[in-house]
Design a protein. Structure first.
Length: 346
């Protein structure tokens, strides 16, 4: 715009001077020339300046109209609209900034919609998973109240079912409470120097009776004797518990669950492996999503007893410790890999 003004000024001065000289030289009266000269100079300069400046700034003005139209489209909520960038000057930068602003607004709105959808999914998942065991408990209690049991043995069976459903309900509420705490960025872990080998050995020993009951053998290969790392032992225990429980539930029966630990400086690697029913790539990508349950077999009641939060909680815990949790799956062979930083290298 500045150069257009300058060039228009130069052109108007030169052309007005030329026109004045050409026109005034033809006048015979010197007094007339004296009076007309300033008026003609001003008039011709103004007209020529306006014409030249308009011609030079026409494209700029047209582009400003495009910018105004683009801003109007975006202001009306059409965040997909992008202003064509056909200039490399300041106006081109303005158009690029407007497009960047629209893109950021579009991303922000998509995030807000995703958050709202996640909230609705959370409410739906919680409602469904709480209602299922609660309905069973109420149903069996009504049978007991109405004394429809044929004998004492059937009554004990009803009580046993109610107890198991109550535990299922309690575990679900515990998972929801834990998940809520973990997703709160202000939640703090109580970290300490803990021997990861000793902790893992204790957890595996506790799971041996349950594994035997399911017909699964737990094989261990812990190459590390002692390795203290900075962690919240209760949270790490919860993460490993969830992964072990998942492996035991979904392993083929009879089957083998393999747990190994190795040091790969500056990290410690824990692997939990089992063989189960193959899943699709889409299912694999959703395993760590909250409330997701791989519907491998409706007949397998143990699959439906979980909250669908176990793997999500485990991943959150590991990542809050500065580590990673990944899954390697191939034709029904599952390997969950925990990588935790060794103390002083987080």
């Amino acid at each position: 715009m500045f150069w257009s003004f300058l060039f228009s000024l130069i052109i108007a001065i030169n052309l007005s001077s030329y026109i004045n000289e050409s026109f005034l030289i033809s006048l015979p009266d010197p007094h007339l020339i004296f009076y007309l000269s300033p008026l003609l100079s001003i008039f011709s300069f103004v007209i020529l300046f306006i014409i030249s400046f308009s011609l030079m700034t026409n494209r700029i003005i047209q582009y400003l109209y495009h910018l105004a139209e683009g801003l109007d489209f975006i202001a009306r909520g059409n965040l997909h609209y992008r202003i064509p960038i056909s200039r490399t000057d300041e106006l081109g930068k303005v158009a690029a900034n407007i497009n960047a602003m629209a893109e950021k607004m579009e991303i922000q709105i998509q995030k807000e919609r995703q958050i709202e959808k996640s909230k609705m999914d959370l409410i739906t998942g919680v409602s469904h998973d709480l209602r299922t065991p609660l309905t069973s408990i109420i149903g069996y209690l009504e049978l007991l109240i109405n004394r429809v049991c044929q004998n004492e043995q059937e009554q004990e069976r009803f009580i046993d079912i109610i107890y198991k459903k109550s535990l299922q309900l309690k575990n679900l509420i515990d998972d929801l409470f834990e998940y809520t705490r973990l997703t709160n960025s202000e939640a703090k872990f109580e970290t300490d120097q803990v021997d990861i080998q000793e902790l893992l050995t204790q957890i595996l020993a506790e799971y041996q009776p349950f594994a035997k009951e399911l017909g699964v053998t737990v094989e261990t290969c812990l190459t590390i004797k002692t390795l203290p790392i900075s962690m919240d032992p209760e949270k790490i225990r919860r993460a490993v518990d969830n992964l072990l429980m998942n492996a035991l539930k979904f392993s083929v029966k009879p089957g083998v669950v393999r747990v190994s630990m190795d040091e790969r400086f500056p990290s410690v690697i824990i692997k939990i492996e089992n063989e189960g029913t193959p899943i699709s790539m889409e299912q694999e990508g959703l395993l760590f999503e909250r409330f997701y349950k791989a519907d491998l077999s409706r007949a397998a009641q143990s699959i439906q007893n979980g909250s669908g939060l176990g793997l999500s909680i485990a991943k959150n815990i590991i990542e809050r410790h500065g580590g990673t949790l990944n899954l390697v799956h191939s034709a029904g062979y599952y390997t969950f890999i925990i990588e935790l930083p060794i103390s002083g290298h987080a």
